[in-house]
Design a protein around this ligand. Structure first.
Ligand code: MG
Length: 345
């Protein structure tokens, strides 16, 4: 993006690189990702066609295919480059938001589950609840229409039961498991900046209960979401409306919104991965004003693929479920492994 600002919490803005892995240096990974993008793209066009798009499907596939054919010959190639080109092609053929209907459907389904989930969480003791909140973030993160295996679970309006997913999560120790370190930190944070990922159960049943717990401990929370649609990531506009619906169901969220202790800004991003060297002015200003002492980066794209080794000037929590065989291989794990990296400064 042009005109973006460096994210103010980067510990080394000059040395920061989003997506450290240059795929042109790694033949196996390069082939894997090109196949992932090539195979997934037609299903995005099909989803758009199911909801009224009537553009030229074959031409769109050929257009993106030619770019993918040439991509290994570029000087440098990252997964983010592939994401950017995919959005370029979609916009060129007149598709703005492939999963708008899927996001709305999953938001409504998740809202129906939220009150009983919050009741269940509130009945737990402190340590159990804090662990359950992290597990809830993992479980919600399964709503990912960018990864082929999880997208299959949500095909044709099908859904996934949040509590069942949470109950079936891989047992500890997770692939990266800093839960004990996180639980040992009992003093509240002053302000948390939270990069959210997907719509539906991810934001409603995973992130928002976690945020609500932070608010109850007195933490000011700055949420930041994508500016424009990509895959099933929630946009800042969608999240604005969703927060009102959540506030209607929960007094803590309602109170924090009205007191200004829960804020939402656009990250300026429009991809499932994020380049923190170019965030929105709005986010940079909010972070400079609030000086967060906790940063939360959620989701495979943002936390693992683009910022796994990024370092920050405050404590950082990176959380994701692994939903791609290539990501699993790089991390030395397996599909559906869980990553909770807590990096106190
Ligand atoms: Mg996502």
């Amino acid at each position: 993006m042009d005109g973006g600002c460096a994210f103010p919490l980067l510990s080394d803005p000059a040395g920061y690189v989003a997506c450290e892995v240059d795929l042109t240096d790694h033949c196996d990974q390069c082939a894997h990702w090109i196949a992932v993008f090539r195979n997934h793209f037609p299903r995005m066009l099909d989803e758009a066609a199911n909801h009224g798009w009537s553009g030229a499907r074959d031409e769109a596939i050929a257009r993106f295919g030619r770019w993918l054919d040439d991509a290994p010959n570029m000087d440098r190639l990252t997964i983010l480059d592939c994401c950017i080109e995919r959005e370029n092609v979609l916009r060129e053929v007149g598709i703005d938001d492939v999963y708008v209907h899927a996001k709305q459907l999953e938001n409504e389904r998740a809202l129906a589950v939220l009150p009983s989930l919050l009741e269940q969480l509130d009945a737990m003791d402190d340590a159990d609840r804090r662990a359950a909140l992290i597990q809830g973030i993992f479980a919600g993160n399964i709503f990912d229409l960018g990864a082929v295996e999880t997208a299959d679970m949500f095909d044709n309006g099908a859904t996934v039961d949040f509590r069942q997913v949470r109950a079936k999560l891989k047992a500890r120790p997770w692939l990266i498991d800093n839960l004990d370190r996180w639980l040992a930190r009992t003093s509240p944070y002053r302000c948390a900046c939270v990069f959210v990922d997907n719509a539906g159960p991810d934001i409603v049943l995973g992130i928002m209960p976690f945020v609500r717990d932070l608010l109850r401990r007195g933490t000011h929370v700055l949420l930041t979401a994508n500016n424009t649609p990509t895959l099933n990531d929630i946009t800042v506009t969608e999240l604005t409306g969703l927060l009102e619906k959540i506030a209607a169901l929960d007094d803590t969220i309602a109170g924090a919104l009205s007191e200004g202790r829960l804020e939402l800004v656009s990250s300026g991003n429009g991809y499932p991965l994020i380049d923190l060297s170019t965030v929105s002015r709005e986010l940079a200003d909010a972070v400079t004003r609030l000086q967060p002492d906790l940063l939360v980066i959620e989701g495979m794209g943002r936390a693992l693929e683009s910022n796994f080794n990024a370092r920050f000037t405050c404590d950082c929590l990176k959380l994701a479920m692994v939903k791609d065989a290539g990501v699993a291989q790089v991390l030395g794990g397996e599909m559906y492994d869980l990553v909770m990296r807590f990096e106190p400064i």
